[in-house]
Design a protein around this ligand. Structure first.
Ligand SMILES: Cc1cc2nc3c(=O)[nH]c(=O)nc-3n(C[C@H](O)[C@H](O)[C@H](O)COP(=O)(O)O)c2cc1C
Length: 208
């Protein structure tokens, strides 16, 4: 907080998630906690309530989605999730739609750093492809700069639950994201008040 203006000068993040059985939402909230623990402001929001991409004027955008058919969900896979017991409200829209809807472009004046995660059943590190790898590709294609490699969090089965250790991993990942973001901001602060508080230069191993 800047005491002279009363404005919140912390670097800030928006965490946008798609979730049908709550595993991805749980991870999104844990990532948000990690960001806050490192001194960032963080808002966590379901993709159906997220602002259009061009209006995201914060320092960091984190996007999370469940892996559906080795990729981001589509209307058909979201309906499959509902048939398997998910609430129907979550099927209306998804991260793929949010990133590819006509006019989904970054703001020309301000482009947040981005990071992408998914939840998935399989724990293999590299293959097969997943929602995070697809989402990261779309974000790069839109001109965003990734602050970390796409990250997966593992569930025990298609309807969850999350593996016990994954919430802790997500908090740690959020903390690492915050440090990497703050490091980038300190190296090249954008114009505007949020650059004032960017003092940390530590870039944890594994973060780009
Ligand atoms: C239609 C459908 C397709 C899925 N396809 C995959 C897949 O290709 N690979 C995988 O690892 N998990 C797959 N899953 C499992 C989900 O990725 C996993 O259950 C995820 O954690 C669900 O997240 P949510 O609870 O936030 O909706 C699929 C689930 C559904 C419903």
């Amino acid at each position: 907080m800047d005491v002279s203006t009363g404005r919140d000068t912390r670097p800030s993040a928006l965490v946008v998630y798609e979730s049908h059985v709550e595993s991805t939402e749980t991870i999104a909230r844990a990532v948000g906690r990690g960001l806050v623990l490192e001194g960032m402001g963080a808002t966590v929001v379901a993709v159906g309530a997220a602002p259009p991409l061009r209006l995201v004027g914060l320092d960091l955008l984190v996007v999370g989605a469940p892996t559906h058919a080795f990729s981001l969900g589509r209307p058909r896979t979201r309906q499959d999730a509902v048939r398997q017991g998910a609430g129907s409200a979550s099927s209306a829209t998804g991260v793929r739609d949010w990133l590819t809807v006509a006019g989904a472009t970054p703001c020309p004046h301000h482009r947040p750093l981005v990071a992408m995660f998914d939840t998935r059943v399989r724990s293999t590190e590299r293959l097969p492809p997943s929602a995070a790898s697809r989402g990261a590709h779309l974000l790069r294609h839109l001109g965003f700069s990734l602050v970390a490699r796409p990250q997966g969090f593992v569930v025990e089965g298609p309807r969850g639950p999350l593996r016990r250790e994954e919430v802790g991993h997500a908090v740690a990942w959020g903390r690492g994201l915050a440090r990497a973001c703050q490091g980038r901001l300190a190296a090249a602060p954008p114009p505007g008040p949020s650059s004032v508080a960017a003092t940390t230069t530590t870039a944890a191993r594994g973060w780009s």
